[in-house]
Design a protein around this ligand. Structure first.
Ligand SMILES: [Zn+2]
Length: 185
């Protein structure tokens, strides 16, 4: 089996428009439906990554990965709520995952499901890698661990399988795209 899902402008915009329609300033907070949120600049992810890397070096990967993972787990657990109906079949879920990440500014993601592994690609690069490109800085290690962790948590929860995860290409290292690889354990 091999199947590829892609973010599209149309679907990404539909989700963004829906989020706009349910985002309100209420009780001194900004809320997406009932969920308190903050609007964040992309560079915050870069600052977070580079501050931790400066402190602990390569161990930054595990720390930042473990920050992203619970987000992906909780997104997979609450998928019906986000999709807006009971339909949680594979195509709907993967399509939504690609387009929701696009709608919130993480990049136009492509997901390829294969028999024993999953590849997630972002041609323009994930947010931290993109910031490296923007400031002409080249990292010796991949930098999008938060986003890797997010997809890792999502896939393990949705497919009820264990995976290894690795960012095998990263625009932050000078590669032409960011590419995540998840191998079934
Ligand atoms: Zn990257």
């Amino acid at each position: 089996m091999q199947k590829t899902y892609r973010a599209t402008y149309k679907r990404g915009k539909e989700i963004l428009d829906h989020y706009h329609s349910i985002t309100k300033i209420r009780d001194g907070e900004l809320k997406l439906g009932e969920l308190p949120i903050v609007m964040a600049r992309r560079v915050i992810f870069y600052n977070l990554w580079s501050s931790i890397e400066k402190l602990v070096g390569k161990a930054a990967h595990s720390i930042v990965l473990s920050m992203g993972k619970p987000q992906g787990i909780s997104f997979a657990e609450n998928l019906e709520k986000y999709i807006g109906h009971e339909k949680k079949d594979l195509d709907t879920a993967m399509d939504f995952l690609c387009n929701e990440t696009y709608a919130i500014g993480w990049g136009a993601v492509e997901i390829e499901l294969r028999d024993t592994d999953i590849e997630v690609r972002c041609e323009e690069g994930f947010p931290v890698g993109k910031e490296y490109v923007l400031i002409n800085k080249v990292s010796s290690i991949p930098v999008d661990s938060f986003f890797l962790g997010y997809f890792h948590g999502f896939f393990e929860t949705y497919f009820k399988e264990r995976y290894t995860s690795e960012e095998v290409m990263c625009v932050g290292m000078g590669d032409r795209m960011c590419k995540f690889l998840f191998k079934k354990i």
